[in-house]
Every structure is written in structure tokens, then in C-alpha cells.
Design a protein around this ligand. Sequence first.
Ligand code: SF4
Length: 295
Amino acid sequence: MQASDFPERIQIQTHSYCNARCIMCAYPDTVGTFKGGFMDEDLFVKIINECSKHQLEKIELFLMNEPLMDKRIADRIRYAKKKNPNTIISLSTNASLLDAGLADKLIYSGLDWITLSVHGVSKEVYEKIMVGLDHDKVFTNINTFLSKLKKSGKQIIVNLVCKEALLSESEQELTKKYWGERGQKIHMGLVNNRAGNVEGYDELVPQSFDVFPHCTRPFWFAGILFNGDVVMCCMDYKREVILGNVKNSLIQDIWKGDKYTKLRDAFTKKDKEGLLLCKKCVMNKVPDKEHLCKI
Ligand code: SF4
């Protein structure tokens, strides 16, 4: 497979923090293993300006974090869209900070796509999974956002997601019904082990897996951490595979450099030893539904 000339999709981590401790996420298990921080404005502008010289499919202003903890997020979306008018600008958030004021700012920022992670609809189930978040506040936020978006007439794609394996069948039905009544479809996804970074994953979703054969991510995706480090994948919570740093280099030079080339060779040859993260990753393996964990 040929790599694209420049990443088709880039995730930018404008800061490294999250305000939740969800049971299926790698963040709580890895947060002590790396130094955190916020991205400098100059670095953000440099990245966006370089992206504007290429035609990307998507620029995603989140990466292993809760993006709404960045007070400048709406301004950063506006800048990214201004410089990349034909690229989808997206966010993925737990919506706990999406109050009415921020909803207005985001709706008019140039945002094209928002993914909302909402695992369950009952207070007890939701708060057991999304540890640290307040069910009532989040649901108020999302409903306010949806109603403001409708009134605005803006075309932002709302992608509601939850992990099917974490919900009982009755909770799944309640969840679908709740969002259906509000004109929204909820996408039930698989629980990912985040390349071995979720502790207790085997107990949470017991299953066997192989090194998966279908992933092509290093041929079209790049992730940029708050400090400029480029990671091969959004699964790399411990920052194990750093391919360069964009503070003093171009994204394009890193993308075409030796480290990326070696990594793609390992993919092409299915060389497990060259794929530190991928050999632990279950991304494309469909779990056996008989063994799903039910909360
Ligand atoms: S196999 Fe997993 S860790 Fe490797 S690039 Fe794909 S998603 Fe990332």
C-alpha cells in the first residue's frame, strides 16, 4: 500500500488532560506515565498553516484528551477552518463542559463534526462507566446543544457513540429509545484495548485476538501531541512510538522520513516485532458477544 503524500487525517492534542476516568479508557491507567501540558499558540498555528498547504480530509482537535478543557478550543477551531475551508474540522468530547455558552461558541466556530461519547442513559449505568462525570449535567448539556444547533440551522454532524459491550440489552434499548426520541441515532461501537493500554481489558471484554490484519493507519493518519511529538496512532497512550517533533520540522518531512518508512515496511511485511503497539491492538477484532461484560 502506498502512503498518501501528506496525512489525510491529523489529530491535534491541544492539551493532554481529561476530566473523567472512564472504565474502558486507557487515560486513567497511563496518566502517570507522561508529562502533560498545553500546546503553545505558535505551534498550533504552525501546524494548521502547514496543513493548509495540503488537502486533508479531516483535522481533529482532540487526541487522548477531553478537548473542551482547552479554553481556546472555539478560537482554535475557527482558525483551523479559516485556513482549511475544505477540510472537515472535528471534535470528540464527553460533553461534561459543553454548557450553553460553549455550545453557542462551538456552533458558530466553523466546526463540521462533533462526536459525543455517552455510554448509557440511566444515571446509575452512565456514572458507573464514565467515572467522575455527572449524568444530569451532561444530558442537560447535550440536549441544550442539540436544541441550539437545530435553531441555528448550522450543518454540524452530531455523532453520538457508546460501547455496546458495556451495556445490558435493556440499557441498550433504553439508550437507543432516548436518543431516537430526540431525532438522533446512537452508534454502538466495540470496546478497544487501546493497544494494550487499558488495564483489566481482558476481564472487561474477554476475547482472544490476533495481530490484526486490516489496519492501514500509518499510511494516512498522524497524531500530534501538545509538545509537538508525532505519534503513529491514537492508541499510543504511553507515547511508545514517537516519529518526530513538529516544533522544528515539517509534518511532511516526518511523514516521509525514515521512522515512518520503517514502520510502514513492518506493516507491509506483517513484521510483528517491528510493530510495538500493533501487536497488542485489537482494533479490528470483533468480540464474541457471548462474553461481553454487562453493566
Ligand atoms: S494496529 Fe492498532 S496500534 Fe497499530 S496503527 Fe492500527 S490502530 Fe494503531
